[in-house]
Structures are given as structure tokens and as C-alpha cells.
Design a binder for this molecule. Structure first.
Ligand code: MG
Length: 162
């Protein structure tokens, strides 16, 4: 059993994971419109992962006897202005997610809610991976440049993501 307060906080993160999916789906559509299909595929996979994250919260809340409360999913809310910019926007977003997970972790600790702490650990580790992955892409863009051939090479690399 988890507290009402914790249930609400987890529901809020469930919602935010679907918002993240929406953001990445928007990025996929934008990349498609530029003809960068490798990028588009990468962002679609990213969107799918975010929905899976949302479902992890869904199942955890239910396992703990809490009530899943689904709210409106917010629109991406950012303007996509360039292909390279998508990765900067993604990193900014993931840093926000990392902070949110850290806040949840702090709340669980405060309540001596060890089960939720343990559940959230997976997400903390996942965020390290997410940020590292984006930093790697941004590093490649810094080396190769943010336009032209560099983008096409990166499109080929990202297109290989399963
Ligand atoms: Mg996520």
C-alpha cells in the first residue's frame, strides 16, 4: 500500500511520461517532414519507450492498490526549429525528467516508502542512460557540424536503432 500523496505523485509522473512520448512523437513528425527518416525512426522508438515508462507507473500504482488516474496529456509545447535542435530540446527535457524522478525519490524517502524507492531506482538509472545517449549525439553534432553531410551521416547512424 502506498500513501494517497505518493499515489498522486506517481499518477502525475505517469502522465508526464505520456507527455514525453507526445513530445518525441512530435519530433519524429518534424524529422520526417525534413526527410530525415533515420531521425524519425529514432524519435518514434523514443516515444514508444516513454509510453512503456508510463505503463510501468500504471502497473506499479495498481500493484500497490492505488487508483490510476488519467489526466489530459499536454501537447509537446515546444517549437521545432532545426534537426540538430531536436537533440538539445530532448536533453533539456530529459534533465527535467531526471529532476522529477529525483523529487519522487526524495518524497518516497521522506515517507519511508522503501518499495517506491526501489521502484524508482530503475528510472534513476534510465535517466543516466537517456542523458548520456543525448550527450553523445550532441557531441557528434559538435564534431561534424549541425547541417549538411554531418546530419545525413547521423541520420544513417540513428536509423539503425532497434
Ligand atoms: Mg521516460
Amino acid at each position: 500500500m502506498i500513501s494517497k500523496k505518493m499515489t498522486a505523485a506517481l499518477n502525475d509522473q505517469l502522465n508526464f511520461e505520456f507527455h514525453s512520448a507526445y513530445l518525441y512523437l512530435g519530433m519524429a513528425a518534424y524529422a520526417s517532414s525534413l526527410g530525415l527518416n533515420g531521425f524519425a525512426g529514432w524519435f518514434k522508438t523514443q516515444a514508444k519507450e516513454e509510453m512503456e515508462h508510463g505503463m510501468k507507473f500504471y502497473h506499479y500504482i495498481q500493484e500497490q492498490g492505488g487508483e490510476v488516474a488519467l489526466e489530459d496529456v499536454a501537447a509537446p509545447g515546444v517549437k521545432f526549429i532545426s534537426a540538430a535542435g531536436l537533440f538539445e530540446q530532448s536533453l533539456t527535457h530529459e534533465k527535467k525528467v531526471t529532476q522529477r524522478i529525483a523529487n519522487l525519490m526524495a518524497a518516497a524517502k521522506k515517507e519511508d516508502d522503501y518499495a517506491t524507492e526501489s521502484f524508482l531506482l530503475w528510472f534513476l538509472n534510465e535517466q543516466v542512460e537517456e542523458e548520456a545517449q543525448l550527450a553523445d549525439i550532441l557531441q557528434k553534432l559538435a564534431i561534424g557540424g549541425k547541417t549538411g553531410n554531418s546530419l545525413l551521416i547521423l541520420d544513417g547512424i540513428l536509423g539503425q536503432r532497434k
